[in-house]
Write a protein that binds this ligand. Structure first.
Ligand code: UD1
Ligand code: MG
Length: 466
């Protein structure tokens, strides 16, 4: 793909979304819409890639949200005056550059790099100066229609809003993806006007221009027309998300992962799953998440940007984000592992346990009802039900360090900063405010008092009061 540059159009107002957020930042399987075409381009390895964004804060927001794609250029379109005007904004960065441009729409997320590669081959073989990626749909909806001549070559693209009733019957549509010679593109853009139903500068007018100039044009019909689906409304967004999620689940089912009731499961495009892992209904796994071999992810669990090693069991309704879980650990049900949590091998985090920036050593346990934040928990330590690390004094956060083989009795508070040595035993109901040395037993609760025979007397007194 030498002498090929890529231009992605992402400066449109996205009016039909009725949203304050730029359209290309709306999420599909938890990834911004724009990241999909950018990933396909990254796979193709095209050196110079330009993404046209708007000249206002929305443009800053879009460019700033794509840190995962370094090395891109971000030309600005000052006013959203149409797709031709957006490409013209990109061409300002390309003075003196020759070769071809691959033009994509930022709102068409299913196009794969494999399809783009075939499209490029067809463009080269046909010696065309402008090739349009097209699809044949049962319902051509609001897409631009491709008008062919008697030889089956494209003569023009007519937008649905400008089409005659006969043209609306055409079911071959424009995907908004083109390969075009840069010199021809420059000349075509200089020739466009906004004399159409939407009062916009249409990029699609370049096809009729090419024909008038006698430049060879071609089409490439995609084999799976779903790849050309674009997102213009929220209904499009959720319909496409469903198609995408089903495709990803099918792929994992073919690659050794059991997904039960897959229509209820959402797995992101950057997630990897090890074989013999099992995913129960209602699970969502997103971001850069890796799940190892032989894991179980229970119903209703959500996992984002996390690394889960082999043979880990995550019981239902747990939430994990930015965490690392080593092999053979057990998490949940109803556990919440917040960013910065690291769970060592064979550890156990049980129901209603919340962790944040906490590192649990091998075999450590917090089996029920606990908050462990800004903490280190040594190997094989066991935190009883109701253990709380008091890490915040209202102004600053402090750390709790717990040694190895420590046992913390139920309902204890560890007031940070505080350190417990190895083999410490904390009696139930203690509030530990000072460091504890190795092998000590510590209790802080008040001694129990017993008043013999006073039970009934107290009850009588209370009844008399009423
Ligand atoms: C466009 C095509 C249509 C095609 C469809 C495929 C035109 C005139 N029409 O229509 O033939 O079937 O895509 O999905 O090109 N954009 C800008 N600046 C603008 C306007 C748009 O950057 O001033 C960007 C948008 O952010 C979007 C893309 O261009 O990513 C397409 O714009 P959109 O308004 O969605 O065009 P469609 O109506 O979908
Ligand atoms: Mg569109």
């Amino acid at each position: 793909m030498q002498n090929l540059i890529a231009i992605v159009l992402a400066a449109g107002r996205g009016t039909r979304m009725l949203s304050a957020r730029p359209k290309v930042l709306h999420k599909l399987l938890d990834e911004p819409l724009l990241s999909y075409p950018l990933r396909a381009l990254a796979e193709l390895g095209i050196k110079q890639q330009l993404v046209v964004v708007s000249g206002d804060q929305d443009g800053d927001l879009v460019a700033g949200s794509m840190a995962a794609f370094p090395g891109l250029e971000w030309p600005r379109q000052i006013q959203a005056r149409g797709t031709a005007d957006a490409v013209a904004a990109a061409l300002k960065n390309l003075d003196g550059v020759s070769g071809s441009a691959l033009i994509l729409c930022g709102d068409v997320p299913l196009l794969s790099s494999t399809t783009l590669e075939l499209f490029y081959q067809k463009h080269c073989q046909s010696r065309s100066q402008m090739t349009i990626l097209t699809a044949v749909l049962d319902d051509a909806g609001s897409y631009g229609r491709i008008v062919l001549d008697d030889d089956g070559l494209p003569e023009e693209i007519v937008e649905a809003k400008d089409a005659s009733p006969e043209q609306l019957l055409i079911n071959r549509i424009n995907s908004g993806t083109y390969l075009v010679d840069l010199d021809l593109l420059r000349r075509a853009l200089a020739d466009t006007d906004c004399d159409n139903a939407q009062g916009e500068y249409y990029l699609t007018d370049m096809v009729a221009f090419a024909r008038r100039q006698g430049a060879p044009t071609a089409i490439f019909d995609i084999s799976d027309s779903r790849e050309t689906l674009g997102i213009n409304t929220r209904e499009d967004l959720v319909d496409l998300e469903k198609i995408m999620a089903a495709g990803i689940c099918r792929n994992w089912l073919l690659n050794g992962v059991t997904i039960r009731f897959p229509e209820t499961v959402r797995i992101g495009p950057c997630v990897t799953l090890g074989h013999d892992s099992e995913i129960e209904p209602g699970v969502s796994i997103s971001g850069q998440t890796e799940i190892g071999v032989g894991c179980l992810v229970g119903s209703g669990t959500q996992i984002k940007n996390s690394k889960i090693s082999d043979q880990v069991e995550i019981k239902p309704y747990s939430i994990l984000e930015d965490v690392v879980v080593e092999e053979e650990s057990q998490i949940g049900p109803f556990a919440r592992l917040r960013p910065g949590t690291e769970i060592g091998a064979g550890a156990k985090i049980g129901n209603f346990v919340e962790t944040k920036k906490a590192r649990f050593g091998k075999g450590a346990k917090a089996s029920h009802l606990a908050y462990i934040g800004d903490a280190e928990v040594g190997e094989h330590s066991n935190l009883g039900a109701g253990t709380i690390t008091c890490n915040y004094d209202g102004f600053n956060k402090f750390k709790t360090e717990i040694g190895r083989r420590v046992f913390v009795g139920s309902d204890s508070q560890l007031v940070a900063p505080v350190k417990l040595g190895d083999d410490v035993l904390v009696g139930a109901g203690s509030t530990v405010t000072r460091d504890v040395s190795d092998n000590a037993l510590v209790t802080t609760r008040t001694r129990q008092k017993e008043f013999a025979g006073r039970g009934m007397a107290w009850r009588r007194l209370s009844l008399e009061d009423k």
